[in-house]
Every structure is written in structure tokens, then in C-alpha cells.
Design a protein around this ligand. Sequence first.
Ligand code: TA6
Length: 278
Amino acid sequence: MAATSVVVLDRGNNTTCTINLHGATVVSWRVNNQEQLFVSKQAVFDGKKAIRGGIPFVFPQFGPWNYGPQHGFARIVRWNLEKPPERLASGDIEAIFSLIDSDFTRAVWSYPFQLTYRLILREKELHSNIAVYNPSKESTFSFNLLLHTYFKVPDVRRCQITGLQGCTYLDKTTNEGALYQETRDVVTIGEWTDRIYQNTPHEHIITNVVSGRKMRIQKCNFPDTVIWNPWVEHAKEMNDFGDDEYPNMVCVESGHVSSPVILLPGMGFEASQILQVM
Ligand code: TA6
């Protein structure tokens, strides 16, 4: 019988977090039985393709890559459950996932690496703590890292995203890849949106998420924030995404993508994100 691919953190009060070992993808985060994350009804769970929704783990590459699949390999390989879910003294639930290099990863990216991904489920918060370690004694490697979070929303056209005013962003909807400056105090989504905001503040608030609540995102060592909604045309282009699903999601992604992290032999890098339902 195949080993289980799904790990559930259950804090009680219908507050749970479900992780698929394929990509260590968080596929559900329920707070008092309210799902906070979007997963497409057409998502594929074949253990090969990235899961369309939840929180895909993007490493070592964000975006197109000459060596392998877009957004790197971490989200399409099976991770290990390093430490099964455990209730901490605080009442929170913690689990740890890990990934190290393999024949598959070395075939596209020749470096040894160790990834540790610690998830802590609090009453109304989901903490993600990531450590990247370079075990080599002689080689340095560089990488991108990003949590590709799909938030579930009743209607993306009613959402406002704070914390981006004045930031420089790369607009991927214009193929010249020019840089612009955000002038709005809150960003709204009313068309195809695909932007890499650079050197953003540590905190964003998304309004009008599930149950009309707000979602607070706090990030550490993730200097960039990617905002994405495929809108009508690009929704149709994805066969693992319903044509009518784009109003019900917005990606607000904490990442280190505008410049690579450079990791010397024996060195480590840590980044974290806290999602909080307000
Ligand atoms: O994070 C935004 C983005 O880079 C978009 O350009 C779009 O490609 C999205 O990721 C989804 O990428 P995927 O490879 O999961 O289809």
C-alpha cells in the first residue's frame, strides 16, 4: 500500500491544516471550519504536476528556468515528513517537512542542499518557517525562494491589498518587463495581474477574504511580493484551473525572487511567513 501522502494538523475547534507531501503543498487551512486557501476544482493530484492552489513551495527558481520546469522542482517532488504533527505547550500544532537533493534534482541542478519547512498552526495563524542549508564544503549556490499562496476570496474585485504604495514592480503582463512604481495606497485587481513588487514592507493586509475578514501577511527575509490573478483569458489557458474560478482567488506571494540568495559552503538561510485571519 502506498505510504500516506497527506498530513493533517488538527488544533481542534475545526482549525486544521492539511499538507500533501507532493511539493509539501499546504492544500487546506481551515480556521473554525472556514477554508482560507483556494485550490482549483480542476487541480491535478498525480504526484507529477504542481498542485493548482494552496501554498506551492517555489525553490530553487522562480519563473522560467533553462534547467528544468518553471518555478523549480521543490513543488513537484515528494517531501519527507521529518517530524509528525505534535501539540506544543502553547496548544499550537507543529510539523516539520524536509527535502534534500536526489538523482532527480541533481539531474537539473547539480548542487547538494537541505530544505527544512516547519509549519505551526495557531488559533488563527499559520506560520511557515523555512531553512535552506548548503552542506557542500566547496561549492556556492544561489536560489530563489517563494511561497506561492493562493488565497480564497468571495470576489477578488472587492479585495484591497495594502503595503505596496511606492514600491517598484516588474509588470509581467507587459512583455517588455519594464519596472514601474506603485502609486496606489491599496492595490485592487480588475484585470490580468502579474507583478513582482520589490523590497516590499514586512506586512500586507488583504481585505474581503473569506467571511468578509481580513488576512494579514507578515514576512521575514522575503523582500519581494508577487501579486497574481490570471483573469479571464489566462484562466482559460490552464486546464487545471476552471474558467470561472479567477474571481475566487488571489495570489499574494512572499518571496526572494528579484535577486537570488547566494549561499556559501556550510551556510544557511532562513525565511518565514505568518498568515493571520483578522
Ligand atoms: O506567481 C505568478 C506566476 O509566476 C505567474 O506568472 C503564473 O505563471 C503563475 O506563477 C502560475 O505558474 P504555474 O507554473 O504554477 O502555472
